[in-house]
Write a protein that binds this ligand. Structure first.
Ligand code: NI
Length: 266
């Protein structure tokens, strides 16, 4: 494949059609003939305050990824639901990968995909704690792809897309919640989970004033500063209707970003 050939998918598709888990290997081979892009949802399994779901970051990343895949026709891998959540380990239910473990996982995911000919790896991320490690994993993956002499190495590009940092999402969160958006267990992410999983609405209740966001160190320190797990946020402001809006905004912003990523010559 040359630089001038189109590596984009053909457009909107059903959710089943874009789930890698539901494709056979000949179908993936055929897909690679027309598209070299793939979406990898990346979440975390960690506390989200006293009323938020442990799976918030994985649920949201997966939903945004599937919607972006549906709109663009780009394949979506299974969700990597464990992320780097060391600082949340002071709260029951949190399951964390050490940074070095997550780095190894993402590195191996990218190398597996690159071996088959995927050239554009678009990671849709739902957790701020994954960002530094994700970027480090990409740097390592480029080096390994080149060292292994993979055919796609010169054209391999990885991108981390944080749905919650998409400008239209941040603008809407500011508009709806102002300072009450906070930095962890935010009403915007909780709203999206309420839209996806209506049973979670039963957990919603008014909460006391949260401590402001501060520095993040180890798990004990985090719990001392943020006793109920929230960092300056008021998730009680969230609604399922808001969540639907956030899904639309995130999917449309990231679908456009993905198309640009797939068509970029370099
Ligand atoms: Ni979160």
């Amino acid at each position: 494949m040359t630089q001038t050939e189109d590596i984009t998918a053909t457009g909107a598709a059903g959710t089943e059609a874009i789930r890698l888990q539901l494709r056979s290997w000949p179908e993936v081979e055929a897909y690679l003939e027309r598209c070299r892009g793939v979406i990898v949802p990346l979440g975390s399994t960690e506390q989200h305050g006293p009323s938020g779901a442990i799976g918030t970051d994985a649920l949201t990343a997966e939903a945004v990824a599937l919607e972006v895949g549906r709109r663009t026709g780009v394949l979506v891998t299974p969700t990597q639901a464990f992320g780097m959540a060391e600082h949340h380990l002071g709260f029951a239910g949190t399951v964390s990968l050490q940074p070095s473990t997550l780095m190894a996982v993402l590195h191996d995911v990218v190398l597996s995909l690159a071996r088959h000919g995927f050239e554009r790896i678009y990671v849709i991320n739902g957790h701020g704690g994954n960002i530094a490690t994700g970027k480090a994993a990409f740097a390592q993956a480029y080096t390994t792809a080149s060292a292994r002499g993979l055919a796609v190495a010169p054209r391999l590009r990885c991108k981390l897309a944080n749905w919650f940092m998409a400008p239209p999402v941040m603008q809407k969160a500011r508009e709806l919640y102002g300072d009450r958006e906070g930095h962890h267990a935010t009403p915007s992410e909780i709203a999206l989970t309420l839209h996806l999983e209506p049973s979670l609405i039963d957990k919603q209740r008014p909460l006391p004033e949260p401590p402001p966001a501060g520095p993040i160190h180890g798990p004990e320190d985090f719990r001392r500063r943020h006793p109920d797990g929230r960092m300056g946020s008021d998730p009680y402001l969230a609604s399922a209707e808001h969540g639907h809006t956030f899904l639309e905004l995130a999917a449309s912003a990231l679908a456009a970003d993905l198309q640009a990523f797939l068509t970029a010559a370099d």
